[in-house]
Write a protein that binds this ligand. Sequence first.
Ligand SMILES: Nc1nc2c(c(=O)[nH]1)N[C@H]1C(S)=C(S)[C@@H](COP(=O)(O)OP(=O)(O)OC[C@H]3O[C@@H](n4cnc5c(=O)[nH]c(N)nc54)[C@H](O)[C@@H]3O)O[C@H]1N2
Ligand SMILES: Nc1nc2c(c(=O)[nH]1)N[C@H]1C(S)=C(S)[C@@H](COP(=O)(O)OP(=O)(O)OC[C@H]3O[C@@H](n4cnc5c(=O)[nH]c(N)nc54)[C@H](O)[C@@H]3O)O[C@H]1N2
Ligand SMILES: [Mo]
Length: 816
Amino acid sequence: MSNNPGFSKGRRLHIGLIQPRAAILMDSFHRSTRHAGRGLAEPQMPRNPSIAAGASHASHWGSFSARWDGDRVQLTPHPEDPAPSPILGNFADALRHQARILRPMVRRGWLDHGPGPRHRDFSNDLVPVSWETALSLVATEIARVRDSYGPEAVYGGSYGWSSAGRFHHAQSQIHRFHNVVCGGYVRSVNSYSAGASAVILPRVMGPFEPLSRHNVTWDQICAHTDMVLAFGGMPIKNSMIASGGITRHVEADAMARAAARGTEFWSVSPLRDDMPEAAEARWLPIRPGTDVAMMLGLAHTLLTEALYDSSFVARYCVGFERFASYLTGEADGLPKSADWAAEITGIGADAMRMLARRLVEGRSLITVAHSLQRAQFGEQPVWMAATLAAMVGQIGLPGGGFNYALGAMGHTGRQINAVPIPTLPQGRNGVSTFIPVARIADMLLNPGGVFAFNGATYVYPRVRLIHWAGGNPFHHHQDLNRLRRAFSEADTIIVQESAWTPMARFADIVLPVTMTLEREDIGAAATDPRLIAMRQVAPPIGEARDDFVIFSALAARLGLEAAFTEGRSVREWLAHLYEQTQEALENAGLFAPSFEEFWERGEIPLPSAPDDGGLLRAFRADPQAAPLPTPSGRIEIFSETIAGFGYDDCPGHPTWLPSEEQPSAQTPLTLVANQPATRLHSQLDFAAHSQSHKQKGREVVRINPNDALERGIGDGDLVRLFNARGACVASARLSADVMPGVLHLPTGAWYDPEDEAPEGPLCVHGNPNVLTRDVGTSQLAQACCGQVTVVDIARHDRPVREVLAHRPPAFAEAAP
Ligand SMILES: Nc1nc2c(c(=O)[nH]1)N[C@H]1C(S)=C(S)[C@@H](COP(=O)(O)OP(=O)(O)OC[C@H]3O[C@@H](n4cnc5c(=O)[nH]c(N)nc54)[C@H](O)[C@@H]3O)O[C@H]1N2
Ligand SMILES: Nc1nc2c(c(=O)[nH]1)N[C@H]1C(S)=C(S)[C@@H](COP(=O)(O)OP(=O)(O)OC[C@H]3O[C@@H](n4cnc5c(=O)[nH]c(N)nc54)[C@H](O)[C@@H]3O)O[C@H]1N2
Ligand SMILES: [Mo]
């Protein structure tokens, strides 16, 4: 490893998995990207010859080098990536796709009547305006709202994944702008990803980040684990993604190596393919939303067969007795036995008993996908899985115990970097008002309304201005018909976007933003051993500008340009943000080149911290010296704090609470609306790879062949999914990988409503969020419940219009 610049002799920090061959490949990669320079921002500039050689770049789904031929992007995955994500294919034709936004636009109704609540839809005219006009309209409107109602009338929560660069990260930019220039904004807390676990875990075990990302690693599994029991599986499609960047996709290989050594993977999921073939997993098809019952059945077996680790429970946990009396039925007359659980889950009682015994035979690890907690009472499966792992008694052992969400993203199972990555300072928010992120429609429809959250009560603000950058609420939110009504309550909606997403089409003012390949940035994640110089690959389309440039111009109009920009250009910001990482590298005695050298090389290695098992390992070793940050310092199987809140939807110990929404005669099937394999959320849905997996232009819904036969549905048929909240059209695929009674329609098809359809707004593209339920998980976390809902499905024989979501709206000019 001596030819690796990140490794200096005598240092104990190591940089991961680099092999000499890869390092050589990396050298040639560096050579080919050495001469990229500045001066590419203006579309009319001649092309820099370095662009033809390929520029280093990073995305949430992988690092790569890219060449632009004036029309398409040629991409080479990072030479060290053993399994590059096919999602990279979405970049090929994205830059000049007709779905890109070319110019600033303003809604005619808003121009004519001024700001105010009004019925909004997707067909109203937007008129093109100059940047000058757009910026002064936005600045004037922000000033009006702030000066008349204060910054607590501005919703800047602006949830969304944006793109991978550390500087142009749209959420950071928009938050910094509102904090520094406008005095703050109503913010959102927690995420659509892990809204319930982010609240329950710290109360009963420890902070979310260390329990998911600094815990059991793939290396530990390969070396130690006999059995992985994965609730919700560990789909490779999901671990392809890591926010900020990922240079190596190691998961499939790690699972194959573990399986070859004898690790048994058990996947509990409604879909067979939630575990890669490499894992040679056993599949336990479970009725969605019933995992807590199965976990209780396993726990009951461990208790009644005296297999559980009573000394672990006594030393490391509190409240087991209260829970045990619930488990045995002493408390409520209902033993939560394997036979009881079999009725609820559809998994055989004998299989559960066998599984429980297997769990205590060797080194076993229990994982829970985020999906389980993205459902009503979603706090419970997370808490119960931790409780089950505590009874097994292996928490804190290498490759054993409990790792929340291992395999749900490419951040997990890896080592954390030993140095900080560049981060844009966001300033201080002068507004204390917030909402749990998924309560946005509730907030807009119910200003002044009271809501419970995590042990306290709060009031929804009256929001007048919504400002969004880097997210797509018509992708991420539930019950989209309700969201449309909610957004109509706002005075003004401003959206900064690079493409005509439904959110952009719905806005009053749309500002066109560069795509990541059209600007320079730094790519990094705390779990990835590379810092990537994200070079500009192509000139911006049309009049698109960076979010930073837009916010700088707005700040200038509001008299605070210097405070926002601190006098730095983009390149100067990159150099400035780099300093912190460089300094930490230098202090560790590692390769710490100047910014210019880093930029010229295209990337540098970052050292990783030791694979030490994190806080659970330390806690196991010495619970007095390293207590958990819970009230008792231990794992709380019963939580006095949570019990004290008096929430009937989240009692004091893990409890089986069936969702209030169950299959019925009208809606006999359960829909799983999970993360898509062909893209990240809704990003680049219009592009080649995502498109190539649609059928008849629609998103594909998978259905078990028996359920299809009953309804006369054939492979490739157009079908309608519906419930009382909404309806959408998708294209059917018959698959025995989907358990009976379940439909699988992933998220991410851009919402494309036909408002005049007889059944009300009919999404002709297949967006499942027209069907999902917009309620909080419980009063504890108030998190998103988007993963599952109940529906019916029928063949759609009536004519249905083609999908228009990826064309520019009629009023906008098309990309050249
Ligand atoms: N039914 C259901 N719904 C779900 C889920 C589910 O499981 N089921 N999952 C939920 C989860 S976990 C999540 S995280 C959310 C994801 O929801 P989002 O994060 O909102 O989804 P994205 O499609 O990633 O949206 C990012 C948007 O940012 C834009 N963008 C990219 N780069 C830039 C930039 O530099 N500047 C600006 N201004 N814009 C940019 C992209 O074009 C895109 O429209 O969805 C949630 N919704
Ligand atoms: N390709 C791709 N990868 C992604 C993303 C993406 O959009 N595209 N998004 C990223 C993001 S933001 C996040 S938060 C993570 C999300 O991570 P998750 O939320 O864990 O991912 P999902 O794919 O929604 O769900 C995982 C699987 O859980 C199963 N499942 C659903 N309901 C149940 C249930 O009740 N019980 C059990 N046992 N299983 C159930 C489904 O079959 C589903 O395939 O993924 C990340 N990875
Ligand atoms: Mo997420």
